[in-house]
Design a protein around this ligand. Structure first.
Ligand code: NAD
Ligand code: WQD
Length: 344
């Protein structure tokens, strides 16, 4: 019998890639998504890649009765991966209550239904944003949590605490918290990827939209940082590599291999890449030029952050494998697919 996993936010960017990898690994997936930042066509993309259409429930995780109904309709759920959240940092400063309500109520409801329905474990999407500007790079999981600079970032910090407090109060539940660095790229088939919503705030969608001519020019936010070329440094992790780590985390939890109730892992490549290096890598991998200009710094940006992924490498046996050049090609193929579909 296949084990059933509930994936919240499973039609979203990282969720959809993870659903494919779960299916490839033999899990049966049920997705819950309110389609606030994705659409149902993603299910077609997933089915084209894996050959399996996941079960899908259009509902809001902030409504606990919807979650209870889902668990009755799809009995035997063993684990949850919780991607569902609002994630735009800038927007969270404008409408903080939406972020606190959506991200925290979703998590609280999921934790609450776990013992009611015999669900054993939950994997949670956290972020390197919890480290703020780290004192040392590469940053490992023991680095101090810095005061959040946005309500979005704060929801991740509070969520980590809620999970820890709740699991300490309960026997038999497990959680793995995954701190992603900068997830980028798309499935190599170009059947699924990141769906742009308005003018992109993140680097890669802005870059690919510039390369295809939707945007005139990419602005590089600052070249006067204390880095070798003056632009900021990030750890760009391929979304398929990232998705695979979730499958390993689920297996670990459900096979009772976790060493403690709550485990935390960084998911990154371990390599810092500057914004200017990234543009160069894109151009040489795809042969497509990206018009860009240097502008002033963006308020609130971290100067440099990249992961020490040793714990995930050693304990999970997971390692980022896909070269950045392939990741850039996948992002470009996805942009071309969006054009073909008339979306962008
Ligand atoms: P995404 O917006 O593409 O996916 C999130 C999905 O959740 C969307 O399909 C949205 O419709 C759904 N959703 C939101 N609120 C919901 C609710 N209340 N009920 C049901 N569905 C809901 O985002 P993503 O990039 O795939 O991110 C997934 C998770 O990873 C999020 O928790 C995000 O904070 C976290 N994360 C993302 C990044 C990143 O750079 N993309 C980095 C670190 C952490
Ligand atoms: C990357 C670099 C920009 C756009 C955000 C969230 C973080 C996490 C990941 C969820 C920066 C530069 C960008 C542009 C640019 N998300 N840039 N021109 O800021 O590292 O992190 O996403 O948890 O919480 O804050 O990602 O893609 O916005 O920026 O020069 O048009 O690219 O200054 O140095 P960031 P990003």
């Amino acid at each position: 019998m296949k084990q059933r996993i509930l994936v919240t936010g499973g039609t979203g960017y990282i969720g959809s890639h993870t659903v494919v990898e779960l299916q490839n690994a033999g899990y049966e997936v049920v997705i819950i998504d309110n389609l606030s930042n994705s659409n149902k066509d993603v299910l077609d993309g997933i089915e084209k890649i894996s050959g399996i259409r996941p079960d899908f429930v259009e509902a809001d995780c902030t409504n606990i009765e919807s979650l209870r109904q889902l668990c009755k309709d799809y009995p035997g759920i063993k684990g949850i991966i919780n991607f569902a959240a609002s994630k735009a940092v800038g927007e969270s400063l404008q409408i903080p209550l939406l972020y606190y309500r959506n991200n925290l109520m979703t998590l609280i409801n999921l934790l609450e239904i776990m013992p009611e329905f015999g669900i054993e474990g939950i994997v949670f999407s956290s972020s390197c944003t919890v480290y703020g500007e780290p004192d040392v790079n590469p940053v490992d999981e023991s680095a101090p949590i810095k005061k959040a600079t946005s309500p979005y970032g704060n929801t991740k910090q509070i969520s980590e605490e809620i999970i820890t407090d709740y699991l300490n109060s309960k026997e038999g539940l497990k959680s793995i918290i995954l701190r992603y660095f900068n997830p980028v790229g798309a499935h190599p088939s170009a059947e699924i990827g990141e769906l742009p919503n308005g003018v992109p705030q993140n680097l890669i969608p802005y870059l690919t939209q510039t390369a295809i001519g939707v945007r005139k020019e990419l602005s590089v936010f600052g070249n006067d940082y204390d880095t070798p070329d003056g632009s900021c440094i990030r750890d760009f992790i391929n979304v398929v590599d990232l998705a695979k780590a979730h499958v390993i985390a689920v297996q670990r939890m459900l096979e009772n291999k976790s060493e403690r109730k709550v485990e935390i892992f960084n998911l990154g490549t371990g390599k810092g890449v500057s914004v200017l290096e990234l543009i160069n890598t894109f151009e040489s991998a795809t042969g497509v030029k990206v018009p860009h200009k240097i502008v002033g710094r963006r308020a609130g940006d971290i100067e440099k952050v990249w992961a020490n992924p040793q714990k995930a490498n050693n304990v999970l046996g997971w390692k980022a494998e896909i070269p950045l050049s392939d990741t850039m090609i996948s992002a470009w193929k996805w942009q071309l697919k969006l054009r073909e579909r008339g979306i962008m």
